[in-house]
Design a protein. Sequence first.
Length: 110
Amino acid sequence: MDYNKNDEIYSKVVRAGKRTYFFDVKATKGRDLYITMTESKKTFVDGKESYQKHKIFLYKEDFEKFKDGFEDVVAQIAELNSTGEFKTDEYQPEKEIKNTTESDINFEDL
């Protein structure tokens, strides 16, 4: 397939309450793949609906470190939640960790 440099090669949308997350795979002019992650949050200003957006660019040389950091933080949250000291009724990441495999977050395929 021949992609234009502005084409999104792959896109994943995750809706989560008032926020929507966009994970987009794009290519540089040199054909290296990278990821943009955008958080879009619906807000109301003076009764008018608007969206706040925050974007992060993640390049291939950082995929592994990002994945390791993300997995470490999610595991730490699960451990902290298991102590009963923190609220766990809305989200229980320990369940997700048990069901998550390396292939679910496989940055090497990009």
